[in-house]
Design a protein around this ligand. Sequence first.
Ligand code: ADP
Ligand code: MG
Length: 270
Amino acid sequence: MYRAGTPDAVPALRGVDLDVSPGECVALIGGNGSGKSTLAKHLNALLTPTSGAVRVDGIDTRDADRVWDVRQRVGMIFENPDDQLVAAIVEEDVAFGCENLGLPPAEIRARVDAALRLVGLEHLRRRPPHLLSGGQKQRVAIAGVLAMRPRCLVLDEATAMLDPRGQAEVMETALRLCRHEGLALVLITHAMEEAALADRVVVLADGRVALAGPPAEVFSRAEPLARLRIEPPPIARLARLLAASGLPLPPGILTVEQLVEALSPLGAAP
Ligand code: ADP
Ligand code: MG
């Protein structure tokens, strides 16, 4: 509840139940003000409910003694890379969260090494973070979270301020951590082509889950999506237009790769 106890109190989230398994990527989409960031902040106890309850990995986030347990389990990356850098060199930045956990120095060093390797930034470990590209800065922030050994990573519009190359870098890193390292990934995004890469898409509207399912299913629901002012990924629209013009394309095409694969047997691919 935002503005709890005042006449204009608003329940920010209503009955949202989000399960994310290890190795699974869930994209959270929805218009501005639909409650995505509020939900994200509840997932790592940056916000705690004034009514209702939030459980993360079984832990009630209102249990003040366990806030750091929750924060350790769910790492969060925000939109602005510069807001997340705290130290003068990359490896100190990556160590910051672990230092807050009070881990022994040797353990921190080992974790920082492993985390830098996982995001492919070992070669930049002595650099000042402010000299890095936006995509690299977000990867430093991801490494700092990884060093805390979370089970879940939440990216809240983490690619929104990046150029296309930075966006691709961050997406590739996050999806690799999810697919190969078993991290549960919650991907909050405005970019429908990013949401198309998830295993499941959850659409929030007005603090509730309006639609949820595999991307092909959610993005085929033209009417509810139009009502929520959500445009399916550009490739999905292109595939639908091509199908409407007579090409025998299967439904559910969302990515360039899927479109090329479907067009190849028709002799129509470049
Ligand atoms: P999204 O991330 O999907 O754009 P938010 O979670 O930021 O949405 O916001 C959800 C709703 O809660 C909006 O109506 C927003 O205005 C309101 N809200 C967000 N933060 C606050 C706050 N600190 N105080 C009061 N209302 C807020
Ligand atoms: Mg937001």
